[in-house]
Design a binder for this molecule. Structure first.
Ligand code: SF4
Length: 366
């Protein structure tokens, strides 16, 4: 039998399937792991509660305006879930709102306003459907959520010159189409194999929010939902994620718009992502990821750490040191990025974080 294990450049490990022969390997990586004693979140996964939250007695909302549905969504934010699934749940309402939003897509600041349900494509190149390139048990995340059933979706709102994801970002109609019932069954299977969380990653999950919500509506697994994204989305997107996501693993890549535009080709980066981080932190647990780019300590790392210290002081930060030249950088673009961050830059970042009281994740801790 062939047993596949993937080792990422950052040292994280992924199992395609956790067959019995690999359980001892998983336990060496994470001594607390057992396929028979899946650790449950302290509270039930939030999407399950949202799915048991009633919003209306009438099953029809086709005649209702978007404003009326958003008002309903707002009014039911604190409604208590009931024991059984209602006729129409708050998750159903989120799906309806998302579908309407896709008819004039404003899910992210590109503001394309194309009708994705009718097959029109905007900057991200995604229509109605989502696609995934692989779904695996991933051991690269924090101890409490790993192994995570990680679903790698295609498409992204950024165009990073050093992107490590490859062609699935710019040609997102690749891989396997996400079918809600099929993906829900895969999630259930991964839970039986020992998954402790469900991670939606990319590319980027934000542009795929409609199929993801449909997957969760078909799913019964009580595991926390991890949203691993660039968080370069609209305020409406953040509203839709409220009550769904348990943990945001969110990038804060740049400390200013000039670098964001030069290396990821996006406008209004700083105001968008810092606003969304504050919104996310009011709703769910947040871990911020900051990739240490070579030569960007003063322009990016310093303002990022200072902003986090002032605005999200309790949030854990992952100072990611695994940057390596990739993608367009290897073809000659932005030659200043043709090296990793130096040991001096890494050390200076850690010292600044410590001096500001920022809580940095210790990767040496099990
Ligand atoms: S998700 Fe963003 S990039 Fe994609 S069509 Fe919508 S607004 Fe455009």
């Amino acid at each position: 039998m062939e047993l596949r294990i993937y080792f990422d450049a950052d040292g994280s490990v992924t199992f395609q399937s956790l067959a019995a022969d690999l359980v001892p390997v998983a336990q060496r990586l994470d001594p607390s792991f057992s396929p028979d004693t899946t650790v449950r979140p302290r509270e039930s996964a939030r999407y399950l509660a949202t799915r048991r939250t009633p919003v209306a007695s009438t099953p029809q909302w086709t005649g209702l305006s978007n404003d009326a549905l958003w008002a309903w969504h707002h009014q039911t934010r604190d409604t208590e879930p009931i024991a059984e699934r209602p006729l129409r749940s708050r998750l159903d309402l989120k799906i309806e709102l998302t579908a309407r939003l896709l008819t004039q897509c404003t899910l992210c600041p590109w503001d394309c306003r194309v009708d994705r349900l009718a097959g029109e494509l905007g900057f991200c190149g995604l229509g109605r459907d989502a696609f995934y390139t692989k779904e695996l048990l991933h051991f690269g995340e924090e101890a409490e959520i790993r192994p995570s059933h990680t679903i790698f979706l295609t498409g992204c709102s950024l165009r990073c010159v050093y992107c490590m994801t490859g062609d699935s970002v710019v040609t997102p109609h690749t891989g396997h189409r996400v079918e809600p019932a099929d993906m829900a069954a895969r999630i259930a299977q991964r839970a039986r194999e020992g998954a402790r969380s469900i991670s939606f990653v990319g590319g980027n999950p934000d542009q795929n929010v409609l199929p993801i919500l449909e997957v969760l509506n078909a799913c019964d697994v009580d595991l926390p939902v991890v949203w691993n994204s660039n968080l370069y989305g609209s305020a409406d997107l953040m509203e839709l994620l409220e009550g769904i996501v348990d943990i945001h693993l969110a990038d804060l890549k740049y400390g200013n718009d000039r670098c964001a535009h030069r290396y990821s080709a996006v406008p209004r980066y700083w105001e968008t992502v810092t606003r969304n981080l504050k919104t996310a932190a009011r709703d769910a647990r947040v871990v911020v990821r900051h990739l240490l780019l070579p030569g960007h300590h003063e322009c990016c790392t310093q303002p990022v750490l200072r902003w986090l210290a002032e605005n999200l002081s309790g949030v854990a930060v992952n100072l990611m040191t695994q940057y390596r030249p990739d993608h367009l950088v290897l073809r000659g673009r932005r030659p200043e990025l043709r090296r990793p961050a130096s040991l001096g830059e890494i050390q200076a970042s850690k010292e600044l974080a410590a001096s500001l009281g920022v809580s940095v994740i210790d990767h040496d801790r099990p």
